[in-house]
Each structure stands twice: as C-alpha cells, then as structure tokens.
Design a protein around this ligand. Structure first.
Ligand code: NAI
Length: 315
C-alpha cells in the first residue's frame, strides 16, 4: 500500500490526512508537539465518524477503515522513509519550513518521493533553493476548508522535475482535489492574487463611502459569486457576449476607464479596520460562539453547493 507522510498535525495537516485516507492511502502523521499529535488523531477520528453518520464521508471506505489507515508517530524518519509523497504542514515560518525540508530531504531514501509544502505564500525559490533534493520539491497549496473547496495550487520550483509536477497533479486529482499548476512562481500564487484584488476594491468602496459592508458582500454572494461557483471570469466574458472577441469590442474601453479609477492599494490602517469590523460584527459577532456558528453555517452551505456542482457535472 502506498504511504503518504504528513508533517504537522494542525488544521491543514489533519485535512490532508483525511483526504489521503479517503483516497485509500496509508497515512503516517508527525508533529513536533506530541500532545498536538495525539489531539489531532482524536479530532480526525471524531470527524470521520461524524461525517459518516451524516452520510457525507468521502471515498468508498468506511470511517473505521479510513481511521485505520492513519497512524501517528514522533519519529520524522519513519514518516519520510518509503513514502510516495510527504506533505509538510507546519507553521507559516520560512526558517522553520526550510529546516523541516532539510530534515525531510536528508531522511528521504527514494528519488521518486515528492516532497511537498502546503505553504500559503512562501515562494518555492525562498523555500527550496539549495536543497539537495530540490528537483523533488514542490508546493501544493490547498484552499480552506480543503474537503469542501477542492482547489489546490501546484507551484513548482524552477528546478522541480517534470515528473514530480505530473505526479503531484495526478495524486491531487486522484483524491478528488482540483489541481491548477502555476507555470512559474509569483508572490501570492494565483488564488491570493485574485482574492486580494477583490478585497482591495471592496475595501475602497466601503471606506470611500459608496457602499456598506453588508451591500458589498451581497454584490458578491447574490451577484458575481453566483456565477463564479460555476464559470470563471473568462467564461463569464465569453458568455456575456457572442464570445470573448465581441465582449472586448463592446466592453474593453469601459473596463479600462473604470479600472483606471481604482487607486492605490489601501493601507488597512487601524481606523479603517475598526470601521469595517464594526459593520461586519453587526452581521457576525466576532465572539468565539458567533464565529463558530457562522463557520458551521458556511461549511454547510459549501457542502450543499458541492452537491449541486457534482450533480451539474454529471447531468
Ligand atoms: P496550525 O497552526 O494549525 O498547525 C501547525 C502544526 O505544525 C502544529 O500542530 C505544530 O505543532 C506543528 N509544527 C510546528 N513545528 C513543527 C515541526 N518542526 N515539525 C513538525 N510539526 C511542527 O497551522 P495550519 O493552519 O494547519 O497551517 C499549516 C500550513 O498550511 C501553513 O504553511 C499555512 O500557511 C498553510 N495553509 C493554511 C491554511 C489555513 O487556512 N489555515 C490554508 C492553506 C494553507
């Protein structure tokens, strides 16, 4: 049975462990903090049985079979030895990750093992340059929560081998994720660059007094976002005219005119953060209970959306 190593058992490490076990892989998970590791295993077991009870368990194996595929260890070499893929999920700290990758690289006993980081925003050149197994190193950045938002950004280092890129993509697709591959590295990768461009303009619209926070969010959830769950910005253009060429004949001038008024990147100063937070808290209090309840609601919505998307795909 093929083995996957997970390094770091926090939110993302646990998510990967469940995704790989649902795909039928043997998963060995490690954490430097033994208590965190034991806690993580308990949380995983609970989540597997809960999702099974709700009829929402991924994959064809039962919760019992999936939890039996996952084991924990405090021995890093045990995680790496003979693994087909090692997924690093430690804190977002470049020096810490570099050290972890040096160790993983030293313990690795197979030229075919993929050494993969979950980093949200550290570029491959900052993380992997100089490692002796750099050709085996790559980033697979998931979208949170990974079990409900399948997008996974694959970001290779310039020296990552073509085979490693292909195997990472194939593995992600096999376990039900949606891989996209950056052809070269860029700060923020794809997802955060797109997301930040939206946040910046929404921030300006509120702070410059055009819209309330609530109305900006409605523009997304009941407008643009309705389409974006099914078609991206390019297909939106293509369908909103007789193809992209005609769309741009009609709208390019307007896009350029409006875009030239966007202004500088907001500086997110304390006053503006306080104003946005005040308006936001009227909708969702920033208390532990308030946020937890809303997250639960969000995850439920995403689950329902995933069902609709799966149905639409097979129709
Ligand atoms: P977390 O804080 O929940 O968990 C990090 C875990 O790493 C902790 O259990 C900690 O004990 C462990 N750790 C620290 N040093 C270690 C070491 N030397 N060896 C082994 N384990 C060690 O963090 P989270 O949220 O799971 O993030 C992990 C990575 O995933 C980060 O790089 C983050 O940027 C990325 N990511 C996070 C997302 C999120 O929404 N939380 C989304 C996508 C990626």
């Amino acid at each position: 049975m093929k083995k996957i190593g997970i390094v770091g058992s926090g939110l993302i490490g646990r998510s990967w462990a469940m995704l790989f076990a649902a795909g039928g892989y043997k998963v060995v998970m490690y954490d430097i903090d033994k208590n965190a590791l034991e806690r993580a295993y308990k949380i995983i077991e609970e989540q597997l049985y809960d999702t099974e009870k709700d009829g929402l368990l991924r994959g064809s194996l039962s919760a019992k079979e999936q939890s039996a595929l996952i084991s924990i260890t405090s021995d890093l070499p045990e995680v790496v030895t003979d693994a087909v893929h090692v997924q690093e999920c430690v804190f977002e700290d470049v020096e810490l990750k570099k050290k972890v990758f040096r160790d993983i690289s030293d313990y690795c006993n197979n030229d075919q093992t993929v050494l993969c980081s979950s980093t949200s925003c550290i570029m491959p050149s900052k993380l992997f340059t100089g490692l002796k197994r750099v050709s085996q190193c790559i980033i697979a950045h998931p979208c949170n929560p990974p079990s409900l938002c399948p997008l996974t950004e694959i970001v290779p280092h310039p020296e990552t081998s073509a085979g490693v890129i292909e195997r990472t993509r194939n593995l992600m697709a096999e376990i039900g994720q949606t891989p996209i591959t950056l052809k070269k590295e860029i700060d923020g990768f794809a997802l955060n660059r797109i997301q930040y461009s939206i946040i910046n303009e929404c921030w300006r619209l509120v702070l410059d007094g055009y819209l309330s926070v609530e109305d900006v969010d409605k523009a997304m959830t009941d407008g643009i976002g309705m389409r974006y769950a099914f078609i991206g910005p390019f297909e939106t253009c293509h369908l909103n005219a007789e193809g992209t060429t005609q769309y741009m004949e009609k709208y390019a001038e307007g896009i350029q005119r409006v875009s030239s008024t966007f202004g500088a990147v907001p500086d997110f100063d304390d006053n503006s953060v306080a104003e946005i937070n005040k308006q936001m808290c009227k909708m969702v209090p920033d208390t532990r209970e308030g946020l937890e309840a809303r997250r639960k609601w969000r995850d439920n919505c995403l689950l329902e959306l995933a069902k609709v998307k799966a149905k639409v795909k097979t129709d």
